[in-house]
Design a protein around this ligand. Structure first.
Ligand code: GDP
Length: 209
């Protein structure tokens, strides 16, 4: 189970690197991984800052590619990180996407969330500045059905002052139907919340392994 906490370092300094390796991109949500290890999946709208967050969490510069042109792939990117796997789903909600691509994303998410036996938790990234979009509620329903623990992570907190952040945290929590302490404020730029999120993920993975 992943839990949000309350600490947060904002040093801007990258964390010590974790042993991490990109394993490949796969179209099949049920792509088997050997050896079998606990898995964490990361989801979020295109441009939410997912690649930057994965790099910050792994303490790597370029484990995941920070995109100039968002929303291109429909594949599951897989990383082996420490004693588990990190699954990186394509960003959803890209305006120029076709219906087919959107259905493709949904099938990928459904497969990963509901049918991967080793999936331990879902890290759901939301831009701290924006209220949840329409796709949010469809995904929320899908994840609720899948019955996996979800941690909501607010990204790009550095775009706000401290006072704005606290207000946004309360506002986002209300919109999402969660308690403010169920949301974690992060910034890949200043590293706010990154160490804490890393610890939560590593703990979730090791307690399953
Ligand atoms: P992805 O599409 O979700 O993988 O997002 P990326 O990691 O590629 O980032 C999208 C854009 O947001 C890039 O221009 C990043 O430099 C920027 N970005 C990502 N994380 C942060 C953050 O914590 N703070 C700020 N200010 N910008 C960020």
């Amino acid at each position: 189970m992943i839990r949000a906490g309350t600490r947060g370092q904002e040093s801007g300094v990258r964390l010590p690197p974790l042993p991490a390796e990109f394993l490949g991109s796969f179209p099949d949500p049920l792509h088997p991984l050997q050896p079998s290890l606990p898995e964490i999946v990361f989801i979020g709208r295109s441009n939410v800052g997912k690649s930057s967050l994965l790099n910050a969490l792994a303490g790597r510069k370029a484990l995941a590619r920070v995109s100039a042109a968002p929303g291109k792939t429909e594949l599951l990117n897989v990383y082996r990180v420490g004693a588990g796997y990190w699954l990186d789903l394509p960003g959803y909600g890209f305006a120029k996407r076709s219906k087919t691509a959107r259905a493709g994303f949904r099938a990928l998410l459904e497969g990963v969330a509901a049918r991967r036996p080793s999936l331990t938790g879902v890290v759901w990234l939301l831009d701290v500045r924006h209220p949840p979009s329409q796709d949010y509620y469809a995904i929320q329903e899908l994840l609720a059905k899948a019955g996996r623990p979800v941690l909501a992570v607010l990204t790009k907190a550095d775009k706000f002052s401290t006072a704005q952040r606290s207000r946004a945290l309360v506002q986002r929590a209300r919109e999402l139907g969660m308690a403010p302490d169920e949301l974690l404020l992060t910034s890949s730029t200043t590293k706010l919340g990154i160490e804490e999120l890393r610890e939560s993920i590593l703990t979730a993975v090791s307690s399953e392994g």
